[in-house]
Design a protein around this ligand. Structure first.
Ligand code: PMP
Length: 373
């Protein structure tokens, strides 16, 4: 199957730069040999720079959900109380993982499109001193909200001894997340978002406290057993066969990011996110996310009354080669999403906005631009 050129605006997978794709076509090597040892040691160090951490770092051949599962099963036991903070579809996903393994989950839901309230988390922790872990999504991809992780972390660490487990799948490498400064015990991310590498690798950092928890954690684990990952990492290996091609690509992507400088990468994301939001609003469309917490990696746009979201996306793709993402869960048909994580030239966002301007009238909405012009 031949894939034509697309302006891929899904919030993961994100487009991979040509240098990354080229690196991925390198021949296979022995994953128990010296070349791989050099590769994994180098990548682990570079990932720590992106995470701004001195903590342990493990690379898993799995999508982001694998890292979430690793965070849960390596620290908790069935029956442990977990405060699961959710502001959307992926917060619910993280909760599902914890529930499946038998934790006693206290679910804290916030309206989709709003951010988690640190004061509510404080209340919950005060009400229940036995809470062993708090899990939270840094950036909720389904709604386009970035939670105030600094305030949440402050509350968690002030009010409890709970571990802070963070889903940073759609924020790491795009939005500042100083893992150590924010005392995040486990931070999970994946290759196919801000890291600009195809899907299939995920990452988890582990604080000393979280590492200690592995000794008493009774949830079953095999593929995602981090002590096994540690034993193998000491030899420059992974316990199971790693996706070598993705390691090659990641090595190049990390070099690109670190050469640009993480501060510049963050600034670039902020700029392109502002440009996207302004452009969308100028068309007369409404954003789902609370302005104060709007994400710099993905924008959720409300589908105007009477517009068929499926038809809008189909025209955008067939006539303009712009690939949007739809709504998830209860937001299906109610929002469409524009991803802007990774390397996104301004031109790509301009193309999306122009395509929306010509497509919206075809699905029954008169954009503000067209109305003015
Ligand atoms: N959490 C968040 C915030 C995500 O955006 C995603 C993927 N969209 C996931 C978890 C799940 O990751 P994966 O699909 O790579 O398993």
């Amino acid at each position: 199957m031949k894939i034509p050129r697309q302006n891929l605006r899904t919030p993961g997978p994100t487009p991979s730069p040509p240098e990354v794709l080229e690196a991925m076509s390198t021949s296979m090597i022995n994953h128990r040999g010296p070349e791989f040892r050099e590769l994994i040691i180098g990548i682990t160090e570079k990932m720590k720079q992106v995470y701004m951490t001195q903590n342990r770092m493990y690379i898993l051949t799995a999508s982001g959900t694998g890292a979430l599962e690793a965070a849960v099963v390596n620290t908790l036991s069935p029956g442990d109380k977990v405060l699961a903070v959710s502001v959307g579809y992926f917060g619910d996903r993280f909760t599902d993982v914890t529930r499946v393994y038998g934790a006693d989950v206290i679910k804290m839901d916030f309206e989709w499109g709003t951010a988690a309230d640190p004061d509510a988390i404080r209340e919950a922790l005060r009400a229940d001193p036995d809470i062993r872990a708090v899990q939270v999504t840094h950036n909720e991809t389904s709604t386009g909200i970035t939670n105030d992780l600094a305030s949440i972390s402050k509350v968690v660490k002030e009010e409890s001894n709970a571990l802070l487990l963070v889903d940073a799948v759609s924020s790491m490498g795009c939005v500042p997340l100083p893992t150590d400064e924010l005392r995040c015990d486990m931070v999970c991310t994946a290759s196919q978002k801000g890291l600009m590498v195809p899907p299939g690798l995920s990452f988890v950092s582990v604080s000393e406290e979280a590492w200690e928890a592995r000794e008493t954690a009774k949830m079953p684990r095999f593929y995602f057993d981090l002590p096994a990952a540690q034993r193998y990492l000491e030899r420059g290996q992974t316990p199971w066969t790693p996706n070598l091609s993705l390691f090659y690509g990641l090595d190049v992507a990390l070099d690109m990011m670190l050469k640009e400088g993480m501060e510049n990468v963050f600034k670039r994301h902020k700029h392109i996110a502002n440009m996207t939001r302004q452009g969308v609003r100028a068309l007369g469309l409404e954003l789902l996310a609370d302005e104060a917490h709007a994400s710099d990696t993905v924008t959720s746009v409300k589908v105007p009354e009477g517009v068929d979201a499926g038809k809008l996306s189909a025209i955008m793709q067939t006539e303009h080669s712009v690939v949007l993402a739809g709504g998830q869960g209860v937001l299906q048909g109610k929002v469409f999403r524009i991803g802007h994580m990774g390397l996104v030239p301004e031109e790509d966002i301009r193309e999306v906005l122009q395509a929306l301007e010509t497509t919206l009238p075809k699905v029954g909405f008169k954009p503000a631009h067209a109305a003015a012009g």
